[in-house]
Ligand binder design. Structure first.
Ligand SMILES: Cc1cc2nc3c(=O)[nH]c(=O)nc-3n(C[C@H](O)[C@H](O)[C@H](O)COP(=O)(O)O)c2cc1C
Ligand code: SF4
Length: 518
């Protein structure tokens, strides 16, 4: 029987040489004349083991990693095609603790299948949610999504079912589904992993969203920095069209839906939904005032669902397994699972899907293994560049939207960036203000001007110039930005700034007199 070797084609694996490893394995297969083939899968999300090569054996899939092209002859010599022992062997993939302890609902197929094989997709429960949705009325689909408790995974945590109901009830014959795949937050990569590792799942979720709301056209808006995701999505859409999964009659149902990918130029603010819609319309990515809500007047003035990749990709399993199944995971009002992305100075960086409810400390120390440098953790930033910095004293915070909000933080897109004790939190606060100044769309004054004045104020504190007055001024400025900005770019920049000031006051202490006098 032909042996299957899996080498990921995910961008994170490619960045550390997966293509060269795949080529070396193919060469060795050829030279040795063995009956084996290489399949390019998505990533399992164990990024410190990438490129993580797997081989299918009678005992299950066995993982080896991180593999370099130079390791390949040795692996063959160690009979890795039959799961042979080798220092890089990690044992059965599914027994690796990082994977074994996850609850993978959205990422169940990612890293398991060939991303562009519809047969694989079907073999691992793909299209089951859509098949059920096709037998339901739009109202029933919306009710199921509402009942599941799914909240938008893009940042704001708004209930997806309510958004869909607004679009369903909105008057108009032309409606759109827009997938927000801009993924600009620091330390986040789950959207990209879905697009590269399981693109049909996103397509399935978007078709279901179309069935639920009466939309017949969808767009996936992503960034030019995601070339592999763009290519994989485009190829998957073509395959889906050929299989009648997209087009005038979805799976012969007589209901139409089609999709296209659109590439943005890479402005952070184009992830904000109204700015994204402007960009999709070919205009400058400037935030629109709300109301009107995009659900009522969105793309080209038509009712539009704007949802994050993970929100849409969570829908097939909800339809397939039922809303109660999904709803039962999690805590409080945070239902289901969340793909946590661990990045920065962390030993075991990667993607970890789990039900809401772990503590931040469990995530950083137990799952992430603490810092890669081995030095103590000083701070973690949760929720992207606009998220608060949490010190270890807040590690008992439960991963849940409300628990984070209660401590002046946010989960956002569930990206966690870890810093050790060498980080300078004043520089991080300055960076937050500078980021806002660079990325501001310029529409409102608190954000456009406030962020520039913020950088100057932090600089004055750094130089020991009237530190107490300038710290008070920074607080005032943050207050103005928080309550006076039109969107969350200006409105949330105070979170990283004020959390740095509050939890790490020692980094804002006056500089030595000599420096201050200069
Ligand atoms: C400055 C800014 C950037 C954002 N970037 C993203 C992004 O990259 N991806 C995303 O899904 N949502 C992003 N959002 C949130 C979106 O505006 C919107 O809430 C989301 O797409 C709604 O989808 P959801 O309900 O499925 O989360 C951003 C918001 C702001 C204010
Ligand atoms: S807060 Fe900033 S990004 Fe948002 S609308 Fe105002 S200027 Fe634009």
């Amino acid at each position: 029987m032909t042996i299957t070797v899996f080498v990921p084609c995910d961008a994170a694996a490619l960045a550390v040489g997966a293509d060269k490893v795949a080529a070396a394995i193919s060469r060795e297969i050829e030279a040795r004349g063995v009956d084996a083939r290489v399949v390019r899968n998505g990533s399992r999300g164990l990024l410190w083991l990438e490129p993580m090569v797997e081989v299918r054996t009678e005992h299950g899939r066995i993982a080896y990693g991180p593999v370099t092209p130079g390791d390949v002859p040795e692996l063959f010599a160690a009979d890795f095609l039959r799961g042979g022992a080798h220092p890089l062997c990690q044992g059965r993939t599914r027994d690796i603790p990082f994977l074994r302890n996850q609850t993978r609902l959205t990422f169940a197929r990612c890293g398991v299948t060939d991303p562009l094989s519809l047969d694989d997709f079907r073999a691992y429960s793909g299209l089951k949610g859509l098949e059920k949705a096709l037998a339901m009325s739009p109202g029933e689909i919306v009710a199921a999504v509402t009942e599941s408790g799914l909240r938008g995974r893009g940042g704001a945590g708004f209930p997806t079912g309510i958004k869909w109901k607004t679009v369903l009830d909105a008057p108009g014959t032309t409606k759109y589904i827009v997938c927000n795949a801009d993924e600009g937050d620091s330390g986040t990569f789950s959207d990209r992993m879905v697009m590269e590792g399981d693109p049909f799942m996103l397509i399935e979720g978007m078709i279901i969203a179309g069935m639920a709301t009466g939309a017949t056209k969808g767009y996936i808006y992503t960034r030019s920095e995601y070339p592999h995701a763009i290519e994989t999505m485009r190829r998957a859409i073509t395959i889906a069209r050929e299989a009648n999964l997209l087009g005038p009659s979805i799976l012969g149902s007589g209901r139409a839906f089609d999709l296209d990918v659109r590439e943005g130029a890479g402005a952070y603010v184009c992830g904000e939904e109204t700015s994204l819609l402007n960009s999709l319309e070919g205009k400058r990515g400037i935030v629109r005032a709300k109301p009107p809500l995009p659900a009522l007047q969105g793309l080209f003035g038509c009712p539009t669902v704007v949802n994050n990749v993970i929100s849409l990709a969570s829908v097939p399993v909800i339809l397939d397994r039922g809303p109660a199944f999904y709803r039962d995971f999690g805590v409080g009002r945070s239902h289901g699972t969340i793909p946590i992305q661990l990045a920065g100075n962390v030993k075991h960086g990667g993607l970890y899907e789990t039900a809401f409810g772990l503590s931040l400390g469990e995530i950083v120390n137990d799952i992430g293994g603490g810092t890669l440098s081995g030095r103590p953790v000083k701070a973690v930033q949760v929720g992207g560049p606009l998220g608060a910095y949490f010190p270890p004293s807040l590690f008992d915070t439960v991963f849940d939207y409300e628990a984070f909000a209660a401590r002046d933080g946010l989960i956002g897109h569930a990206g966690i960036v870890v810093f050790d004790d060498t980080v300078d939190m004043l520089k991080q606060a300055r960076f937050a203000m500078e980021f806002c100044a660079i990325e501001s769309c310029g529409k409102c004054t608190p954000c456009r001007i406030g962020s520039t004045r913020g950088v100057e104020t932090v600089d004055r504190i750094a130089h020991g110039i009237e530190p107490e007055q300038n710290k008070a001024l920074l607080g005032d400025l943050c207050n103005t930005m928080k309550f006076g900005s039109l969107c969350a770019l200006g409105g949330f920049t105070p979170y990283p700034v004020m959390s740095a000031l509050k939890h790490f006051p020692e980094d804002f202490a006056p500089a030595p007199v000599k420096e201050a006098a200069e």
